[in-house]
Design a protein around this ligand. Sequence first.
Ligand code: A3P
Length: 327
Amino acid sequence: MEGYTHMNVTNNDSQYSLPNRSIKFIKESNLLNRKNEERLNSAVQVIDKPIKPPKPSRNASYRNTSEVPVRRLPQAIIIGVKKSGTRALLEFLRIHPDVEGPGPEPHFFDRNYDKGLDWYRSLMPKTYEGQITIEKTPSYFITEEAPRRMLQMNPDVKLILVVRDPVTRAISDYCQAASKRRVMRPFEDMAMLDQSRGVVNTTWSAIKIGLYQKHTEKWLETFRREQIHLVDMQKLITEPAKELAKVERFFHLSPYITDSHFYLNRFKGSFPCLIRKGKVHCLDGRSKGREHPKVKKYVLNRLRRFYAPFNARFYQMVGHDFGWPVV
Ligand code: A3P
């Protein structure tokens, strides 16, 4: 932990010294301990020293006017990918004073389209001119009709796609499904139709979602490449402020989010928590940052080989190499 700066975090009877910067050397797997998580939630909330407020955002000038805020359709949407850090990205973006959005997923372009745009708008928070309204619903990414429907709403909408190594993503998806069931077969049995012959179960949704190239294709048939911003989940964990600065630029917002908005706490494992209004918020460890099962190496390798050509085509399609295997 050398090189970290620390802040004292206290409540009535507890005091911990926690690192608040330099989120580095982090692996994807998380060793979250539920007991510690609960301890953190109940014990650690208020920061001793007030955090220096960052410079106000340029667009935030509306605060001096008599403008009345209104509900607007989102100008930006996080379209996926499920289990790739979509919640973290939304929460982190909402640190910016010019970014607002609903917490729950609206599922408008997949499940609730019949309810109409007025219904959709009613879910959005009130905003001022110049602010960005954003929502996230990761299932849009794999919804056939979603791109066309979004285009009809706003041909200039800005889209964000957060991506993660498809193999780890599949395991994360499996953990989520398993958490909702009393009994679930091991990951290996779900992912493989025949382990001895190495046949991957391409009908399982957890596997299908990771074929990023296939899904991205239909978005690129509908929207210009510049309208889609990609976020690397691994970087969102290791360098959140840097990754968010790219999103600020994509939104044409003035820079606001800095390292001082994040800290890594030793109870939450490897994942950064955010600091808002002087309080520390970590994503709920029961659904984000779950412990993954140990998957047989043979199956992991088979899945890596399976995704490799799709990864390669995805990199080519979006013009960026995310570092997952391609051969
Ligand atoms: P795991 O629970 O498998 O680790 P989503 O929000 O799209 O459902 O993605 C969930 C994933 O977000 C988690 O998957 C976790 O790896 C990742 N994540 C990224 N940043 C995080 C953060 N700051 N806190 C918790 N989880 C985070």
